[in-house]
Design a protein around this ligand. Sequence first.
Ligand code: ZN
Length: 262
Amino acid sequence: MSAPTTTRPVRTPDDVAALGTVLGVWAHPDDELYLSGGVLAAAVSAGRRVVVVTATRGEHGTDDPGRWSPARLAAERSREITASLSALDPVRCRIEHRFLGDASGRCHRDGALVADPGEDTVDELAAIVAEIAPDTVVTFGPDGITGHRDHRAVSAWTDRALRRVPATPRLLHAAVTEDWVRRFAEFAEPMDDAGDAFVPCRDAELAVALELDEDLLDRKLAALRAQATQTAGLEAAVGADRYRASIAGEYFRPAATLFDGS
Ligand SMILES: [Zn+2]
């Protein structure tokens, strides 16, 4: 634990420092950017340690599998996430990244995380948490935000991992607001077969409701463009202004059920 933390809502870039050391746990390259790119950039600019863990290389994340074989896309997305995290902190490139499975040589399969009971993975994740000693962990809630099964699996793994570490970081789950869902309905389409995707959170419940300033927004946009396999098509489809507006807010709520004994 490296910094004092507070439960006062984070609403401005200056507030982000209060999150202390931040560990993000996500399923696919790009999850960390869409949901927390501004938070990560503001935290590292404030001198906080920032570490991002990604479960898969997102090797099936394409509408054009003829062009992008799983092996080719995995290699490209691995390169992209490194470049994009550097774009969030372009001068010093201090954001750390690792894939789950790096320590064991095991590569998790995109789209198959729920089929993995996760025991070894939870142990690995717990070891990472113990090593990093974050003040704040950011990840998906049980809804997986988009409903994606991989997202929900990562949420459950993170819950389980945090039960295995002696110190208890603050756990925050990515959220959307009613205002965001209303303004950007075309972005809020569920993935997989989940019926509870993009359930908005009331403003009063949010621990983080960060509207990015122009500098953070520029860095987040550059980072997203560095993951072009996932973002170029969407930005072209909706237009640059609309795309930029859609990524300007980042929202997290406190995890409610971590230590309920379940
Ligand atoms: Zn994802």
